[in-house]
Write a protein that binds this ligand. Structure first.
Ligand code: FES
Length: 160
């Protein structure tokens, strides 16, 4: 709970209460609840895990275990844009490592990390399935093929 200027308290995660009441009394609701929490907040905050634990009477460690088992769940805030730089074989032989190094330099983060301003998350990826365009990077759903290190800054600049 957090207090506002008028002295009233507002729940920190109002959507969570809706999500929990939608699944009240339902068996096997943990994964759907985690999916809906992530859709609402972009990730699964630690405080939310504690609240789900109380509501479902499931130990928080069990919920962490489930959340870390499935790659779809994120326990840290993610950037507004997700950058994926292909490191598959076709991209690798065409300089994918140099593209990744340039992205890391531009953003100041490594794969698996998010910029402090929450603008970008950088995710490792093996093959983006468009090897004919190697080397390839994706930003969100946009594919950028035949990349060169000097194109990286201008591609990233398109995403606020
Ligand atoms: S190896 Fe990069 S898209 Fe397939």
């Amino acid at each position: 709970m957090s207090a506002c200027a008028c002295g009233n308290t507002a729940p920190k995660y109002p959507e969570l209460q809706e999500i929990l009441s939608r699944h009240e009394g339902e068996k096997g609701s943990l994964i759907p609840i985690l999916q809906e929490v992530q859709a609402a907040y972009g990730y699964i905050p630690e405080d939310v895990i504690k609240e789900i634990s109380l509501a479902l009477d499931i130990p928080a460690t069990t919920i962490y275990g489930v959340a870390t088992f499935y790659a779809q769940f994120h326990l840290k805030p993610r950037g507004r844009h997700v950058v994926r730089v292909c490191q598959g074989t076709a991209c690798h032989v065409r300089g994918g490592a140099r593209i990744l190094a340039e992205v890391e330099k531009e953003l100041g983060i490594k794969p698996g990390e998010t910029t402090e301003d929450l603008r970008f998350s950088l995710e490792p990826v093996a093959c983006l399935g468009c090897c004919g365009l190697a080397p390839v990077m994706m930003v969100d759903e946009d594919t950028h093929g035949r990349m060169t290190p000097d194109k990286v800054a201008s591609v990233l600049a398109r995403y606020e």
